[in-house]
Every structure is written in C-alpha cells, then in structure tokens.
Design a protein around this ligand. Sequence first.
Ligand code: ZN
Ligand code: ZN
Length: 102
Amino acid sequence: MLEMKPNCEYCDIDLKASSKHAMICSYECTFCAYCVEDVLRNVCPNCGGGFTQRPARPGKARRSGVSLEHQPASTNRVHTGYSLEEITAFAESVRDIAPSER
Ligand SMILES: [Zn+2]
Ligand SMILES: [Zn+2]
C-alpha cells in the first residue's frame, strides 16, 4: 500500500492525501510539483527516477473498509539528506535521459 507522506522532502510544504501537487517516484519518494519542476527537474535525488502525480486516497469509504479514515496518511515527515548543490548536479547529469531509459 502506498505510504501517503505528509510533506515535500525538499521544501517541507504540507501535502495532504487529497493534494493535486504531490508527486512520487517509484520508491514513493514524495515531493511537491513545484520542486519536481523547478529544483529536481524530474529527477528524484534519492533514486534518479522520474515522477508522477500521487493518486488521491478517497476520503469516503465507497467500498467497505477502504478509505483515508481506515488507512490514514502517514504523519512521518521525511526530509532529503541532499543539499541543493548535490541535487542540482545530480539532476543536470540525469535529466536529459527519459525516465523510462534511466
Ligand atoms: Zn517542495
Ligand atoms: Zn526516488
């Protein structure tokens, strides 16, 4: 099950489970859409993969036992350990390779 992390790993903005601005890589590294575009250049600093929009988890149980209330979002805030300089250098070296070819 997808871990709905509560914040952007870089700028620390809150990302609710319903946010349209939450982006994830295949390892569920989670960043806001602004950082993915302007800082990360669609290169995850942790794994080098690309990003896609995180699906919103339904707030209402439209099927029995399945909703944000039953499987709540994580409250564990995560912060990348990489500096802006490291992120930028890494992004520059990888961004021109399509995510499916990395
Ligand atoms: Zn951000
Ligand atoms: Zn990643």
